[in-house]
Design a protein around this ligand. Structure first.
Ligand SMILES: Nc1ncnc2c1ncn2[C@@H]1O[C@H](COP(=O)(O)OP(=O)(O)OP(=O)(O)O)[C@@H](O)[C@H]1O
Length: 267
């Protein structure tokens, strides 16, 4: 956000800066009103979990944050979403540039059918982040290290990304997302296709990533939300019912719908 003299000002909650500010957001798929008047401020350097029963709008809302809903013809979005004070739906914003800044990791690991190296190098190449091969090598190495997979793949960077195990593929996809120097990482059920060991590794990684990014994760697992997030948003039938400290949402929810969900009575 900027004040009258164009100096950067920050809205603070506790010690954390606000990274994403959403106001009165509505999403419609045709006549289906999937997100109803949602306002929320998402912190920087924090993991925020979106939880709620199937069909409540978690993924829809997540996709608003990097304009992935633009690719769905019948989707219509109203309201304001600002990242660092800038309206991401402004006509001047290029969605491709936006998605480099707001990276996304999907439910099913989806590496390109290319080498491990090329999977990570692709984004930095198209965004012109490296002047030469040595710089590109550096970016690839840094991203793979950040995604905690470098040691496992450093001797076979030319091998196909699709030949890795599911957990490795997901960490490769995380490396691909962080290679373009994003500021926000969106994760849509990133562990749902992984076994418990790979899930543990990715969860550990999410905890490390929050030192550098604002991470928003959709999860069906309340245990996972409790393990990895500091803030939790509970959605129900398109409404954001409750948002706050994860510990408080799970131990002392204010709304009866949240309580019913976390105690397993709905969902
Ligand atoms: N591409 C789409 N086209 C039309 N309607 C959609 C689309 N995606 C989602 N919806 C509708 O929007 C509503 C919210 O769905 P969404 O997938 O966001 O919920 P969710 O909470 O992420 O569900 P789940 O936990 O099952 O993934 C549902 O009514 C769903 O049918």
């Amino acid at each position: 956000m900027y004040d009258a003299d164009h100096n950067r000002t920050e809205t603070r909650v506790g010690q954390k800066d606000i990274k994403i500010s959403c106001k009165d957001v509505q999403v419609y798929y045709g006549t289906n009103h999937a997100i109803k008047d949602v306002s929320v401020e998402i912190e920087d350097k924090t993991v925020t979990a979106f939880i709620g029963p199937s069909g409540c709008g978690k993924s829809t809302f997540l996709r608003c944050l990097n304009r992935m809903n633009d690719t769905i013809d019948i989707a219509r979005i109203e309201g304001d979403i600002l990242i660092d004070g800038e309206d991401i739906y402004d006509k001047r914003v290029d969605p491709v540039q936006l998605r480099a800044k707001v990276g996304m990791v999907f439910q099913k690991p989806n590496p390109f059918p290319k080498s491990i190296y090329d999977n990570v190098a692709y984004g930095p190449k198209i965004h012109g982040l490296a002047k030469n091969k040595a710089e590109l090598d550096d970016i690839v190495e840094r991203a793979l290290k950040r995604a905690a997979i470098w040691d496992e793949v450093k001797d076979r960077l030319d091998a196909s990304g699709t030949g890795l195990s599911g957990g490795q593929q997901q960490r490769l996809c995380i490396a691909r997302a962080v290679a373009t120097e994003p500021e926000v990482l969106l994760m849509d059920e990133p562990c749902s296709a992984l076994d418990p060991i790979a899930t543990g590794q990715v969860e550990e990684l999410i905890d490390e990533l929050r030192q550098n990014y604002s991470v928003v994760i959709v999860t069906h697992s309340m245990q996972q939300a409790a393990r990895v997030s500091q803030k939790t948003a509970f959605f129900h039938l398109g409404d954001l019912v409750e948002y706050g400290e994860t510990e408080k949402i799970f131990t002392n929810p204010q709304d009866s719908r949240t309580e019913s969900y976390i105690t397993g009575r709905i969902g």
